[in-house]
Design a protein around this ligand. Structure first.
Ligand SMILES: NC(=O)C1=CN([C@@H]2O[C@H](COP(=O)(O)OP(=O)(O)OC[C@H]3O[C@@H](n4cnc5c(N)ncnc54)[C@H](O)[C@@H]3O)[C@@H](O)[C@H]2O)C=CC1
Ligand SMILES: CC(C)CCC[C@@H](C)[C@H]1CC[C@H]2[C@@H]3[C@H](O)CC4=CC(=O)CC[C@]4(C)[C@H]3CC[C@]12C
Length: 380
């Protein structure tokens, strides 16, 4: 196929952690495309070099919350994978901004699909549209049909739930040219893999404490995790099959899953950090939950006091503590049944790829030597 004869895909948020893996996945595995438009507020110029003689990677700088930007990006395109989002549960940005990007941004994508005659939309939702809620209700090996007391107060999960509802309700609407819009929504659990910003933070934090991770969470609490490459692969397959079987996938939600083991959030992270000499201290939480909760409240107070001077947004706050302390794991085969999804990467490969990347942080870590010396390497 010569460049120009294939379809045009748009990936909103295509320069992000998931988005950039998705662009590479499309380039490697999707033969029906001639152009990938990477629409993002913050462009990663390295993606431009991925163009080849078959597919052009076109970077488009724009704001999803501005309709005109979205309309221009979608003009003449065939399918949109909408991953752009403000992923913030730490209070880094105001709630209004999260709503503006995640909800209004999604409204703009839907409006642009309608006006530009784009027939297919795959939305990157999140496990968070379901839970865990702050009441501590566990979601143990649940699926897309499992009953759960959904309760949202935080801006991020609220915004993802609203956006997903808009996407699913838009399935089947009439668009320009008399055709219909077909949509589906994918719900990843906690995504891990090369480029995960939060893992970088855990790595940096661990270096400061002599490569010791002081256990804060009960090892009995399981948290679903999924490898970024498999999330990207599921998006590619959903996009492909939504065009072939729109009545099957249209208006459906699918949890993203693979064979990553069910573990506590900390123990799962140690699958990678231990390869860099990190050790977890304690077989059970080293501090009682109430003390951790007080620390989380102190962080809220400090964030409030420092607001306007600096953005103080530590990992620990009452919401992240509640989420991390509540089991949320999925066990489903809906994506396999509806569109033949099988993870592209087995657990061992996903683990080795992630370990290789975490180890690369050691090499690139400028402050590595100083930190090790200063922190007297307590875990040797
Ligand atoms: N990281 C995770 O564990 C999970 C993420 N998700 C979802 O996956 C998607 C991707 O998340 P990540 O890759 O982790 O986040 P990310 O922050 O790495 O990527 C999001 C991208 O959206 C872009 N963006 C933000 N505001 C924008 C705007 N106004 N206009 C245009 N682009 C904008 C950012 O520049 C970034 O490149 C999001 O929709 C998120 O809700 C779902 C479940 C878990
Ligand atoms: C008590 C500790 C300091 C807590 C450390 C772990 C937490 C920071 C993370 C535990 C669970 C994570 C969330 C979960 O993976 C679900 C998510 C889905 C998304 O769409 C975005 C990210 C997140 C909210 C994720 C954020 C970090 C945790 C709360």
């Amino acid at each position: 196929m010569t460049a120009g004869s294939g379809q045009v895909y748009v990936v909103t948020g295509g320069c992000g952690f998931l988005g950039s893996h998705l662009v590479r996945m499309l380039l490697e595995h999707e033969k029906n495309i001639s152009e990938i438009r990477v629409f993002d507020l913050h462009l990663d110029e390295s993606l431009r070099t991925l163009s080849n003689d078959r597919v052009r990677v076109r970077l488009i700088s724009g704001d999803i919350s501005r309709l005109a930007d979205v309309q221009e990006a979608l003009h003449g395109s065939h399918l949109v994978i909408h991953t752009a989002s403000l992923v913030d549960v730490w209070g880094r940005v105001p709630a209004s901004k999260i709503t503006e990007v995640n909800v209004t941004g999604t409204e703009n994508v839907l409006q642009a699909c309608k006006e530009e005659g784009v027939q297919y939309l795959v939305y990157t939702s999140s496990m968070e549209v379901v839970g865990p809620n702050i009441h501590g209700d566990h979601f143990y090996r649940g699926n897309e049909d499992t009953e759960y007391r959904i309760y949202h107060k935080e801006p991020y999960p609220l915004s993802k739930a609203k956006a997903e509802k808009l996407v699913l309700e838009a399935n089947g609407i009439k668009i320009k040219g008399g055709k219909m819009l077909y949509t589906c929504s994918l719900r990843p659990t906690g995504i891990y893999g090369e480029g995960h910003e939060l893992m970088k933070q855990f790595h940096r934090q661990g270096l400061r404490t002599g490569r010791c991770v002081f256990r804060a969470l009960s090892p009995a609490i399981e948290h679903g995790r999924v490898y970024v490459g498999n999330v990207a692969w599921m998006h590619l397959l959903a996009a492909r099959q939504l065009q072939i079987h729109p009545s099957t996938l249209g208006g459906q939600v699918y949890f993203c899953y693979d064979s990553s083991p069910y573990k506590s959030y900390e123990d799962f992270n140690m699958e990678f950090l231990s390869a860099c000499g990190f050790k977890i201290i304690g077989s059970r939480p080293l501090v009682p939950y109430f003390l951790l909760y007080l620390l989380a409240l102190l962080n809220v107070l400090l964030q409030w006091v420092l607001h306007g001077f600096i953005t103080y947004a530590p990992i620990l706050n009452p919401y992240t503590l509640a989420v991390a302390s509540t089991t949320f794991t999925v066990q489903t085969d809906k994506a396999e049944k509806h569109f033949g999804y099988q993870p592209l990467y087995a657990w061992e490969e996903a683990k080795m790829r992630t370990i290789t990347w975490v180890k690369s942080l050691e090499v690139s870590g400028k402050d590595l030597k100083d930190v090790d010396e200063k922190s007297n390497y307590c875990c040797s």
